[in-house]
Write a protein that binds this ligand. Structure first.
Ligand code: ADP
Length: 335
């Protein structure tokens, strides 16, 4: 048993029996589930976020409570009320936490990213290590060019590190197959960008449906529209909405597929203060309501006060990690 940065104790819970080669039967926090249901016989490269994962095939990521009978390279991983049984040899990873404790969902170790530009090598990340926990709200602060977006893109499976590992559900994203990485992006991660990236000739609702249709466990688009205060605007096209409204649709779209991680790159960067506060309020509410891990990168240090933890990045390194015992509300952010 050890203590994480948030001062909460974690323990390895040995509940895996005979897992498959390289498979990971994993994990759980009894009674904190959030996601219900059982997933049996996941296909190759599938990625399941569910209560129980049984019989996963190669390269699949089962993110769920129980992993049963996993095959080679599969990941029955993570989460809630977890018991893994019937997997084969060489398996590893039984990550667990007892009820009421936060569970680690992602672990980055020694991540570097270099871009070679002719004669010049740009070292965007110079060996960063950090964990992300289930349901936490993390703010990544740092000046322009410090490596924030590079870090988010690597966590999100958009980019791969030059060196280091990023473990999610027991699997290393840095050397996952393209198909597994695509499945990870589609199902486990929701992205929110500074400039919304909505499809202009689809309505607000259709933009959300586009994402929810990719998910095995989506949240209702109408519920999402209502929750972002746009219940009456679902039939409107993005150009008919203000910047703040478009960002709210973009958040609904990102959350709609019910991902484990919500990654936001300067989500308030293009908004005025009042609208920015509304957007942060929605992110915070989603974090609480749907128990999503939210990571926001920003150069606005005032937003740091909202984070359960704040990663300060400078020149490709995490300078410090600050734990906020009493995070402030979006309305209290000093812009
Ligand atoms: P931030 O998000 O903090 O502004 P970035 O992660 O975007 O920082 O960039 C970190 C460094 O990596 C910068 O020097 C940037 O110019 C460089 N960089 C980012 N992406 C690329 C790329 N695709 N090619 C070359 N250099 C890049």
């Amino acid at each position: 048993m050890g203590a994480d940065r948030m001062g909460k104790k974690h323990e390895k819970v040995a509940v895996t029996a005979g897992c498959g080669k390289d498979s990971l039967g994993a994990v759980g926090v009894a009674g904190v589930a959030g996601v219900a249901g059982a997933t049996a016989g996941c296909g190759k490269d599938s990625l399941e976020v569910a209560g129980a994962t049984a019989g996963c095939e190669e390269d699949s990521l089962g993110v769920g409570g129980s992993a049963v009978g996993c095959e080679e390279n599969s990941l029955g991983a993570v989460g809630v009320a977890g018991v893994a049984v019937g997997c084969d040899e060489d398996s590893f990873e039984v990550v667990g936490a007892s009820a009421g404790r936060m569970e680690k969902i992602l672990e980055a170790t020694g991540v570097t990213k270099e871009y070679i530009m002719g004669e010049v090598t740009v070292r965007a990340l110079r060996g960063v290590s950090f964990d992300l926990y289930d349901g936490e709200f993390v703010v990544v602060l740092g000046p322009s060019g410090s490596g924030k977006s590079t870090m988010l893109n690597i966590i999100g499976g958009i980019d791969r590190p030059t060196a280091g590992s990023v473990m999610f559900g027991g699997k290393d994203l840095s050397n996952a197959s393209e198909r597994a990485l695509t499945a990870y992006r589609r199902t486990a991660v929701g992205f929110v960008f500074q400039f919304y990236n909505l499809i202009p000739n689809l309505t607000a609702r259709e933009n959300i449906v586009l994402a929810t249709e990719l998910s095995h466990d989506p949240i209702s688009p109408d519920e999402l529209l209502k929750n972002v205060g746009l219940g009456e605007r679902g039939s409107h096209f993005p150009p008919q909405l203000s910047g703040g409204e478009q960002q709210r649709v973009a958040i609904a779209r990102a959350v709609g597929k019910n991902p484990a991680l919500l990654l936001c790159d300067e989500p308030t960067g293009a908004l005025d203060i009042q609208t920015g506060v509304q957007v942060l309020r929605i992110l915070k509410d989603f974090n609480k309501q749907y128990k999503k891990t939210v990571v926001i990168i920003t150069h606005n240090s005032g937003i740091g006060g909202m984070g359960d933890r704040v990663f300060n990045i400078r020149d490709g390194l995490i300078d410090s990690v600050v734990v906020n015992d009493a995070p402030i509300q979006p309305e209290e952010v000093n812009w």
